[in-house]
Design a protein around this ligand. Structure first.
Ligand SMILES: CC(C)(COP(=O)(O)OP(=O)(O)OC[C@H]1O[C@@H](n2cnc3c(N)ncnc32)[C@H](O)[C@@H]1OP(=O)(O)O)[C@@H](O)C(=O)NCCC(=O)NCCS
Length: 205
């Protein structure tokens, strides 16, 4: 039998207050509002663009982005999730540029609304997506490339058990220039009890 073209997609994931699902058409206005409100929070970590932030984050840009990621998801090269916290749209977690065959690896990207940051919700969302990528998604490795200055993001992957593998020189064109990135990865066999179990170990009692 031929392997599935898009293993693990579409999917809805959830635990506690966090739910992840494919991007919905009806979230266009809410996404644009969130992205506009979070410009100073997000822009230091986002790809460079000649188009001003406010013009790149409209309901129309959401619809274009949604179509593009849905196409990649159908081809099996992306697992693009919207994040809801307590029912409200609060960010995105995506495993993108998935390569199958002997590599079976993808690149992790994520952001959350500043108002939900610092409560463990982003790391919970990333944990759920990694477990899904290693399970139904059939991946062996997830890579996260993070600017050395991005301490919250480094803490997030370190707490979930990722290993730092190296420094990628002037690797990505982010916020107006080529930026060094630290490369982290998690392998399917690194956490035999799963990534959610790792996240749960840190629930404050
Ligand atoms: C990177 C980003 C997603 C991290 O979000 P965050 O809210 O700091 O991450 P978490 O939701 O995991 O929150 C961590 C905090 O929640 C708390 N927490 C509560 N329960 C927890 C649990 N079970 N597990 C982990 N943390 C928990 C911790 O105290 C932790 O605080 P600490 O850093 O003082 O240890 C966020 O800063 C962001 O969106 N930044 C802008 C975009 C960006 O940088 N994207 C990534 C580019 S590489």
């Amino acid at each position: 039998m031929e392997p599935a073209l898009h293993p693990g997609w579409p999917a809805t994931l959830g635990w506690g207050p966090v739910e992840l699902h494919p991007l919905r058409r009806r979230d266009a206005a809410e996404w644009a509002r969130l992205r506009q409100a979070n410009e100073s929070w997000l822009s230091p970590w986002e790809p460079s663009s000649p188009v001003p932030w406010q013009q790149r984050h409209t309901p129309t840009s959401y619809r274009g982005m949604r179509r593009a990621v849905a196409r990649r998801a159908r081809l099996g090269t992306s697992l693009p999730f919207a994040v809801r916290v307590e029912g409200r749209l609060a960010g995105q977690v995506t495993v993108d540029n998935i390569v199958r065959g002997a590599l079976r690896s993808g690149y992790l990207g994520y952001w959350v609304d500043r108002r939900v940051a610092g409560r463990g919700m982003a790391s919970l969302a990333v944990a759920l997506v990694c477990d899904h990528a290693f399970g139904a998604g059939g991946l062996h490795r997830v890579q996260a490339d993070i600017r050395p200055e991005n301490l919250p993001s480094r803490r997030l992957v370190e707490r979930l058990g990722f290993t730092q593998e190296g420094l990628l020189r002037r690797y990505l064109d982010i916020d107006g220039d080529w930026r060094d990135h630290l490369s982290f990865s998690l392998l399917a066999e690194d956490l035999p009890r799963g990534v959610l179990a790792r996240w749960q170990e840190r629930i404050p009692r």
